[in-house]
Design a protein around this ligand. Structure first.
Ligand code: FAD
Length: 425
């Protein structure tokens, strides 16, 4: 991520290039009844299915997603802090279906890349000409001793929004004033790089206002993190004495947990928490491994122009599941990749050559209600990966006045509303 200050003129200029790259002329497809199956109806998959149908209404687009309601992670930290309801995070697929996308409420369980079929949990299967996988992440329950699905019911990760988000909220509500809350943050790469630190801020906001004798400890498997200076300044300014961050070299890496006592074990000692939020290592959603597109890192290498898997032809991978180089795993990125991928898939089906995209990401974080900041970047294919365009983007200024932070909190909310309306509305 760039560290220079946002230069609005440069960023908007680059944004315009990105938008232009997405405004393709509608090609007249040689095989306009081509079948595209999209697996996963989150920010990546739902956006991609909709964009495909918009580019060519004659394409047969099927979206496979087991849940009838999607629960969004962005802004879920405000649910944990009691500032927003979970219902405000939830969206249905009705409008996507009304656009002509065939929405199937099933999980994909098998992929036969030779026969080009996707098998579903109910035993049926769908034939495809091209498959787009957007399954998001799976939590690696094998990577942290003591942390399995049963342990997650006591020490929630809340890294997939829904029941886990509500569980963490309930635990904070039930905790007595004076309790210790511990967040265990994983090593890179993982979904939403600034997410654990935004969560620390918003939990700290709840503690400061409702349980002021409590403490929050972040045990980190890293020495540096996204928007670090801005978060650390916010902790000092807003929550002095309440938030403590222990880096990797200070002994922050959690090596194991004991869910029977809510204990997090590090090389430098054990921490027993009243509320433990354990965010474990992650990998691409399971179906990516089944399809043979995930490599031994657990993530999916892709061509940065078409998002086609480097391992298996005719399968494209977008969103958190793919290796997008410098582009972070965010809903903003997944949405941008989805539209670029849809354009590339449509062009390939028409027998054309997809143009190299320019992709934009902005990650907003809230440190408190009315206090936001951001990191932004523009990315393009370079040396087989998505690299940041030199001089693009940057982070919010470290010394900005409070009204600047207040404006960024408004932009954050607008981003969420605009994106969820575009994807699901
Ligand atoms: P998802 O949105 O997770 O969608 C994946 C979908 O695939 C799911 O609906 C799942 O049910 C489905 N699926 C999985 N397997 C199968 C299968 N076998 N068959 C069918 N369907 C399947 N990003 C931002 O841009 N801004 C933010 O402010 C922000 N805040 C965040 C805060 C938190 C606490 C967290 C955890 C994340 C945050 N993110 C944010 C990150 C963002 O949520 C993810 O990057 C984004 O959801 C990725 O989109 P995706 O489509 O790859 O995955």
């Amino acid at each position: 991520m760039g560290t220079k200050h946002l230069n609005r003129r440069e960023f908007c200029g680059a944004a315009a290039v990105g938008a232009a790259a997405l405004a393709f002329p509608r090609p007249s497809f040689a095989q306009s009844a081509a079948r595209i199956v999209v697996v996963g109806g989150g920010f990546g998959g739902a956006s991609c299915a909709r964009a495909l149908k918009q580019i060519d209404p004659k394409l047969q687009v099927t979206l496979v997603e087991p849940n009838r309601t999607f629960t969004a992670c962005p802004f879920s930290n405000t649910v944990i802090a009691g500032l927003r309801s979970i219902e405000q995070q939830q969206f249905t697929y009705d409008k996507i279906a009304a656009d002509g996308v065939s929405v199937i409420a099933q999980a994909a369980t098998r992929i036969d890349s030779q026969a080009r079929t996707a098998g579903l949990a109910d035993g049926t299967s769908l034939a495809y000409d091209r498959l787009v996988l957007a399954p998001g992440i799976d939590l690696r329950f094998d990577a942290l001793p003591g942390y399995d699905e049963a342990a997650a019911a006591k020490m929630p990760h809340a890294w997939k929004a829904g029941e886990q988000t509500l569980l963490l909220r309930k635990q904070l509500e039930a905790m007595e004033d004076g309790g210790l809350v511990v967040i265990a943050a994983p090593a890179n790469p993982y979904r939403c790089p600034p997410g654990p630190y935004e969560r620390a801020c918003l939990i700290a906001y709840y503690l400061k206002t409702k349980k002021p004798r409590s403490k929050l400890l972040i045990l980190d498997a890293k020495d540096t993190f996204s928007k670090q200076r801005l978060f650390q300044n916010a902790w000092k300014e807003l929550y002095p004495g309440l938030v403590e961050w222990i880096s990797l070299t200070q002994g922050g890496k959690v090596n194991a947990v004991d869910s029977s006592t809510n204990t997090l074990i590090t090389d430098f000692g054990n921490h027993t928490a009243q509320v433990a939020n354990v965010i474990p290592p992650q990998r691409a959603g399971r179906i990516a491994g089944i399809a043979g597109v995930a490599d031994n890192t657990g993530w999916c290498a892709i061509d940065p122009v078409t998002f086609e898997s480097k391992a298996v032809p005719n399968i494209h991978v977008i969103g958190d599941a793919c290796v997008a180089g410098a582009m972070p795993k965010s809903a903003f990125s997944a949405n941008a990749q989805a539209k670029a991928c849809a354009g590339a898939v449509a062009t390939l089906i028409a027998g054309g050559v997809p143009a190299a995209p320019k992709l934009i990401n902005t990650c907003y974080s809230l440190a408190a209600p009315g206090y936001g900041f951001s990191v932004a970047g523009v990315y393009h294919p370079k040396n087989g990966l998505l690299a940041e365009v030199e001089g693009s983007g940057g982070v919010s200024p470290a010394d900005a006045p409070r009204d600047f932070r207040a404006s960024e909190a408004v932009y954050a909310q607008s981003w969420f509303e605009t994106t969820t309306a575009e994807v699901f509305g």
